[in-house]
Write a protein that binds this ligand. Structure first.
Ligand code: NAD
Length: 479
């Protein structure tokens, strides 16, 4: 199936008539083409957004809210269609897309549709000076949203929903590897009555289409989720134009397990936090540190559970691990398994490609557990972003805290313990934007989401996202 750009409420071919193949990771076949959009297409999308901006920013909050909630309802009504499309594009199990990706995309629109009606600004009386100050929160204008392939619709809408709720018009680009659900979203937006030009979706490569969005002098804010190297490049391009930037980047998250935790809950959740979505979630706990006293037991129990995970076709109901997103990514992940062997680590299970009957050219890999000797080896320091985790023991709280923080990333951390004082000490000191204690990836959309160090700049979620997509203006009136 070929897809088109969504500009000014219409579906358009790329102006150069240039196309990119779209692969189905479950069988390695090309199943459609996507626009290879140029600077001209981005310009056309910008113009549509600009002409829609003044009236959209003047639309009442009730009306904006109504449309966003309608989009949410239509996504829910089309759950199966969207989940199947997401799975075919990305390789993730359909069951996961149905349970997590699409419902969460719908929640994004519902949440920000409601949040905008509660987004109040402050006023300050300058006592003794006969003056009052108040703050206006004004939309920026035309903003750019660029998203990755791992949670395609979920992360795409995580940006778009607050941007339009706040009154901006958007030029957005999903990953070229997983464009399908973003394409389908255009239809839904028309059906929900979103005015033409408020959302424009341009498909294409990062280095051309994405770059054109970032370089555009009148797209004044960029919300980006993707790799750290791409984020650094975007920051450089955007800096001379003083653009507002929100960068959600890579991670290498520690999962720290103390002997006093609820063992069964920890074990089951750790399997999930290691391998959900084939380990391709920026929040996955890819470095597991286990207190020495329970290390050997954990190792046996964990490996046994991991070996029982079924790698299979994404549409099979009992599949736990689907296909990796692309051939290129599969090769990258496999190369890290080789690096682990060269570094003298032990592969406790997995490490091999899997051939799924009938889908021999799909990109399947066994879930892999690597026991590392030291925390500073490459597999323990670099983001692999696949079904691969490292494990190693630790002796003391100080010892594990030091190892947990000794990476360039700082997105999330998970802590398993029932000791309250330790929880407080550790969660204060872990260098991460998000700390989960005795759970993983429990999300409340009101909370700030983002990372420290090379995991990013800025926060998404709740009012933080609405603040990012607005400019604060102070008005001071003397009376
Ligand atoms: P990527 O950086 O290769 O691409 C992300 C998006 O940026 C894509 O749409 C791509 O086309 C675009 N892009 C690439 N080069 C560009 C350029 N020069 N200018 C503008 N846009 C450009 O990342 P990916 O491989 O798609 O995603 C995986 C990465 O995303 C991992 O590192 C993962 O940790 C990270 N991620 C982070 C979060 C988070 O919230 N922090 C969430 C999900 C994924």
């Amino acid at each position: 199936m070929n897809i088109k750009n969504y500009i000014n409420g219409q579906f358009e071919n790329p102006s150069s008539n240039s196309w990119i193949d779209n692969y189905n990771p479950s069988n390695g076949e090309v199943y459609g083409q996507i626009p290879n959009s140029s600077k001209e297409d981005v310009e056309q999308a910008y113009k549509a957004a600009k002409s829609a901006f003044p009236s959209w920013s003047q639309t009442t909050l009730e009306e904006r809210s109504r449309i966003l909630i309608k989009i949410s309802e239509l996504l829910e009504a089309n759950l199966d269609r969207f989940a199947e499309a997401e799975s075919k594009d990305n390789g993730k199990p359909v069951s996961l897309a149905k349970m997590v990706d699409i419902p969460r995309a719908a929640s994004n629109f519902r949440f920000f549709g409601n949040a905008i009606t509660q987004f109040a600004s402050e006023s300050h009386e300058s006592v003794g000076q006969n003056a009052v100050n108040y703050t206006l929160r004004q939309p920026i204008g035309v903003v750019g949203c660029i998203s990755p392939w791992n949670l395609p619709l979920y992360l795409f809408t995580w940006k778009i929903a607050p941007a339009i709720a706040a009154g901006n018009c958007v030029v957005a680009k999903p990953s070229e590897v997983t464009p399908m659900t973003a394409y389908l979203l255009g239809e839904i937006c028309n059906e929900a009555g979103l005015p033409k030009g408020v959302l424009n979706i341009v498909h294409g490569l990062g280095t051309t289409t994405g770059q054109a969005i970032v370089e555009h002098p009148n797209i004044k804010a960029i919300s980006f989720t993707g790799g750290t190297a791409t984020g650094a490049h975007i920051a450089k391009v955007a800096a001379p134009m003083f653009k507002k930037l929100s960068l959600e980047l890579g991670g290498k998250n520690p999962n720290i397990i103390f002997a006093d935790c609820d063992y069964d809950d920890m074990l089951n959740t750790t399997v999930r936090s290691s391998f959900a979505n084939q380990g391709q979630i920026c929040l996955c706990g890819s470095r597991i540190f286990v207190e020495k006293t329970i290390y050997e037991k954990f190792k046996v129990d964990f490996v046994e559970k991991v070996k029982n995970l079924k790698v299979g076709h994404p549409s099979e109901k009992d599949t736990n691990i689907g296909a990796l997103v692309s051939k290129l990514h599969l090769e990258k992940v496999k190369s890290y398994i080789e690096i682990a062997k060269e570094e003298g680590a032990t592969i406790l299970c997995g490490g091999e490609e899997v051939t799924v009957d009938g889908f021999e050219n799909g990109y399947y890999l066994q879930p892999t557990v690597i026991e590392v000797k030291t925390d500073d080896c490459r597999v323990n320091q670099e983001e692999i972003f696949g079904p691969v985790v490292t494990i190693m023991p630790f002796k003391t709280e100080d010892n594990v805290l030091e190892m947990a923080n000794k990476v360039k990333y700082g997105l999330s951390a998970t802590l398993w313990t029932n000791n309250l004082k330790r929880t407080m000490r550790m969660s204060n000191q872990l260098q991460a934007g998000i700390v989960w204690v005795n759970t993983w990836m429990m999300r409340d959309l009101r909370t700030p989401f983002g990372g420290v160090k090379e995991s990013g700049v800025g926060r998404e979620g709740g009012f933080e996202a609405l603040r990012f997509f607005t400019e604060a203006k102070n008005v001071c009136i003397k009376y």
